[in-house]
Ligand binder design. Structure first.
Ligand code: SPV
Ligand code: MG
Length: 557
């Protein structure tokens, strides 16, 4: 009898077909872990298993049907495709009895090869199959008919290294070792790459006996579901090639799901059970969210990767009784809080994560703002410090590409679009048509290296900031900073580093964002300017509020 000569494979360059072949033919004992969907396949791979058993019993059960070929083979194929796509280790699929005669099996084999499934195991029983552990008469297939099936499969396989494992049910059906060997011999001759000898005994005696007689004529696979206590050594000594843990993911899942379901049903609360289930981060980790995040950075337009930090801690003293119960950012503008209009403008431009630094009456923000994609950081001492301190509270969120803005402004979306199109490290938005008014507390007036040209669509090179927070009467002002900043990765770091330095100063609690700008300018850091001509507003007092409620564009943002 010809002995199988293991093929020499170059490690790391193996196809899934070759990987399974290698495990079947190697002298080492290896293990396949059951999986029944993409998730369990991934878990088997990350645990270190060299291959997966796509169990018919488990896939059927997970689909809510019986292991009697109730799920069609194409439905199983769809599941296998998910499992194969999710992993890099080979899958040996439980092909039951081959879903019909040789002809049906041929079609299965060619589809499995197309889907990168490394091998199939078929059992010598009749269609529709019955699970081997169901204690009823198990009718075996005719040997010649089964051999024809194996031959048809081997002739059809589109990949030379695809494996067909012939499963012998003679011991299950009570026909004894003699019949099992006879069948093994016939199947091997018909072209099977390995045989699987199945047993439902609670010890490995008949398996060991079979192997002794079989004497390694071709690789042998076993499924120790009932004789699971057998020490691995016995299999090694018997010369077994692969051990399959055939249903253990499914059984573990059933128990775990039953437990948490019962707990939730009874207690109507997860408390006390949280450590017995995976946390959501684990779910994202298994799903591979990190890869998507990296891919988004590579393939999506820049603006999708923006974070935003919105400074909305102050009460708005000038608004007097209007801000008795809510911060000014929550004042109603055409039926929606101002902050809702601001955050929805940000969301419309796909700003991924918005962090609002609240202070005064945080609860109103929490209860009245749509919090999807919005995270709130509370500056509890908002009345003892100034806006730079609020920004500092959210320093960890100033990362990568970031929008930083005051919480009491709204602006038309094209302003944000234009800002996001700048590639410079730090860019601020300056209104060149600011009204020469007005109030003592009006600030953020700026001088730039050149004035607004009046034709901002054609401005190729952005202006840059020379200084901010000036006394308008003393010098010629180019505009008013509207409270909106954009940074890229480098700009975010520059701002964060400067915040750290300024936070060490005694007067830090009194500092404003313009102080941060001036400090950066002193250090020769460039702050670029996007000039705009109106189409934004802030709400500092009742006059501003009245204007905001008058402006019609505010309704549509
Ligand atoms: C399966 O996992 O579906 C099998 C193995 O066929 S067993 O259920 O142990 O027969
Ligand atoms: Mg099965």
């Amino acid at each position: 009898m010809k002995l199988i000569q293991p093929k020499k494979f170059k490690e790391n360059q193996l196809t899934k077909f070759q990987k399974l072949k290698k495990e079947l033919n190697s002298k080492e004992l290896s293990f396949l872990m059951e999986a029944h969907n993409g998730l369990t396949a991934k878990i088997a791979e990350s645990a270190g298993f060299k291959g997966i058993w796509a169990s018919g019993l488990s896939i059927s059960t997970a689909l809510g049907v019986r292991d009697n070929n109730e799920a069609s083979w194409t439905q199983i194929l769809d599941i296998l495709e998910f499992m194969s796509d999710a992993t890099n280790i080979p899958i040996l699929v439980d092909g039951d009895t081959g879903y019909g005669n040789f002809n049906n099996f041929r079609r299965l084999v060619s589809k499995l090869c197309q889907r990168d499934i490394a091998g199939v195991c078929i059992e010598d029983k009749q269609y529709p199959k019955t699970n081997s552990f169901i204690k009823k008469y198990q009718k075996l297939a005719d040997i010649d008919e089964f051999c024809g099936k194996i031959k048809a499969g081997k002739d059809t396989q589109k990949n030379d290294d695809f494996s067909i494992v012939a499963r012998i049910e003679a011991l299950i059906a009570g026909w004894g070792i003699g019949e099992a060997i006879k069948r093994a011999e016939a199947y091997y001759k018909a072209g099977a790459d390995a045989v699987l000898i199945h047993s439902s005994k609670n010890n490995a005696n008949e398996i060991v006996k079979f192997n002794k007689e079989w004497n390694n004529r071709c690789p042998v696979v076993i499924i120790p579901t009932t004789y699971y206590k057998t020490p691995t050594n016995i299999y090694k000594k018997a010369g077994i090639s692969i051990v399959i843990w055939a249903n253990h993911s499914l059984r573990a899942a059933i128990k775990a799901i039953q437990d948490v379901t019962a707990h939730l049903y009874k207690k109507e609360n997860l408390r006390g059970f949280e450590n017995q289930i995976s946390d959501i981060d684990e779910v994202f980790k298994i799903a591979g969210n990190e890869e998507l995040y990296q891919a988004e950075k590579k393939y999506l337009s820049e603006k999708r990767n923006y974070n935003a930090v919105v400074i909305a801690a102050s009460k708005g003293e000038q608004l007097q009784h209007l801000t008795k119960n809510k911060p000014k950012c929550m004042l109603d503008i055409h039926g929606k809080p101002l902050l809702e209009r601001l955050t929805s403008t940000l969301k419309k431009d796909n700003i991924g994560k918005i962090t609002v630094v609240s202070g005064y009456k945080t609860k109103t923000i929490e209860s009245e703002l749509n919090l999807s994609n919005v995270n709130i950081i509370v500056n509890k001492e908002y009345n003892k410090n100034n806006e730079l301190y609020s920004l500092y509270k959210a320093a960890s969120e100033i990362k990568e590409n970031c929008i930083i803005c005051y919480g009491d402004i709204i602006f038309r979306k094209y302003i944000l679009d234009a800002l996001l199109s700048f590639e410079n490290d730090i860019v601020i938005v300056v209104d060149a048509l600011f009204k020469k008014k007005k109030k003592d507390y009006e600030k953020d007036l700026v001088i730039c290296d050149r004035p607004f040209t009046g034709n901002y669509l054609l401005e190729k090179k952005p202006a840059s900031l020379k200084c901010i927070c000036l006394d308008e009467k003393k010098c010629k002002v180019d505009g008013q900073w509207i409270g909106l900043i954009k940074t890229n990765i480098k700009g975010s770091k520059i701002i964060k580093d400067e915040l750290k330095i300024l936070s060490k100063q005694k007067k830090f609690n009194s500092l404003t964002i313009p102080d941060l700008f001036n400090s950066l300018i002193k250090k020769k850091k460039k702050i670029f300017v996007l000039y705009i001509a109106g189409q934004w507003l802030n709400v500092n007092d009742v006059f501003d509020l009245a204007e905001a409620r008058k402006v019609t564009w505010a309704k549509s943002i």
